[in-house]
Design a binder for this molecule. Structure first.
Ligand SMILES: NC(=O)c1ccc[n+]([C@@H]2O[C@H](COP(=O)([O-])OP(=O)(O)OC[C@H]3O[C@@H](n4cnc5c(N)ncnc54)[C@H](O)[C@@H]3O)[C@@H](O)[C@H]2O)c1
Length: 323
């Protein structure tokens, strides 16, 4: 059974990738609960401003480190480790494929060794990309996927699959107490405006009144999870008793074209929609089955599409006034 009502005052949580979008929200969540959070990051895709924000909490400690090279020695006991360190956007797949493959293999190995040595519980942040271009819908956790080995997304998809298998092996070989989540599209404040993912693209184009670019005919589907709901799901899985993989995200599915039209309407934008060729291996359907998660943890997303998009647009607006 899950146990999320814990006292965090004497707990130390290691967050790899703390300067990133989701992990900075996750770190803040535990800092506010009174845990000590130790963040690791090399800023390959993360932002220094996220670390400045976290440094306002006296219970936050930060190490600038590339986890591919190793993890600095931490003397105090670590109770929980979240492995969130990995670039995650298609723009990064093209730009830094080897760094992605190495952080999900060597970086994950180093963190698992820390988990083993500290007897810490370890959560691997995997991805819906392990399902590739799925042939079953919605995706359930025991589906093994339909993944391209040689293609523009392979560096990410295959290295995340490796990271899951490595996590599994540390569990069976060393008895490390592991958890695995497969994160589906998540959005919210602190995303990079130009990271090439759907939501920042659409919102920033809509805010500027530029044409919104839809790839393909826009009939491919996605589900979009607001970041506070995602943090809630991460927390619930970390403190559940089930070590098998969980999908986490939002189960409300819409086509990319519907998402573009809704964002134009929500932001009262004058943008038109234009169509460009579909990138290679772009998944046609993406929607999590959350049955397992909901049964095990009673998780229910709280933030609807409209509210989430408004909050995210507010963030991008405030960013542009600071430029
Ligand atoms: N955002 C999503 O929709 C989504 C979907 C599926 C999975 N995920 C996973 O969630 C995690 C966080 O994603 P995000 O969207 O917040 O991405 P992000 O790029 O904002 O955060 C990742 C962080 O990891 C850091 N990092 C990368 N390589 C590192 C290394 N070698 N050493 C130290 N730090 C390193 C980056 O600098 C960055 O701060 C990732 O593991 C990602 O694969 C995210």
């Amino acid at each position: 059974m899950e146990n999320t009502n814990l006292n965090f005052e004497n707990k130390t949580i290691l967050v790899a990738g703390a300067a990133g979008f989701i992990p900075s929200h996750l770190s803040e969540f535990y800092l506010q609960l009174g845990a000590k959070v130790i963040g690791l990051d090399n800023f390959i895709t993360g932002s220094r401003s996220n670390i400045e924000l976290l440094t306002k909490y006296s219970n936050f400690e930060f190490h600038e480190v590339n986890i591919i090279e190793g993890i600095p020695q931490i003397k105090e006991p670590i109770h929980y480790i979240f492995n969130m360190a990995s670039p995650a956007s298609p723009v990064d797949f093209a730009r830094i494929p080897l760094e992605i493959m190495r952080v999900n293999s060597e970086g994950t190995l180093h963190l698992l060794e820390v988990a083993r040595d500290h007897h810490a519980r370890f959560l691997e942040a995997s991805t819906s990309e392990v399902y590739g271009d799925p042939k079953i819908h919605p995706q359930v956790e025991d589906y093994v996927g339909h993944v391209q080995i040689n293609g523009p997304r392979s560096c990410y998809d295959e290295s995340k699959r490796f990271a899951e298998a490595l996590t599994y092996s540390f569990r069976t070989r060393f008895g490390v107490d592991t958890r695995t989540v497969r994160i589906f599209n998540t959005y919210g404040p602190r995303m990079r405006p130009n990271d090439g993912r759907v939501v920042p693209n659409f919102i920033n184009q809509a805010l500027r009144g530029e044409a919104i670019t839809v790839y393909g005919d826009g009939r491919q589907t996605r589900s979009f999870c607001y970041v506070s709901d995602l943090v809630d799901a991460l927390h619930r899985v970390m403190f559940s008793s089930d070590h098998t993989p969980f999908n986490i995200g939002n189960p409300e599915e819409r086509t990319i074209l519907e998402a573009a039209q809704a964002i134009i309407e929500i932001l009262d934008s004058k943008s038109k929609i234009i169509f460009k060729p579909l990138p290679v291996d772009d998944p046609t359907h993406r929607c999590p089955s959350l049955k397992k998660l909901q049964q095990a943890t009673d998780y229910r997303p709280q933030v609807g599409f409209r509210d989430g998009m408004l909050k995210t647009a507010e963030y991008f607006r405030s960013m542009s006034t600071h430029l």
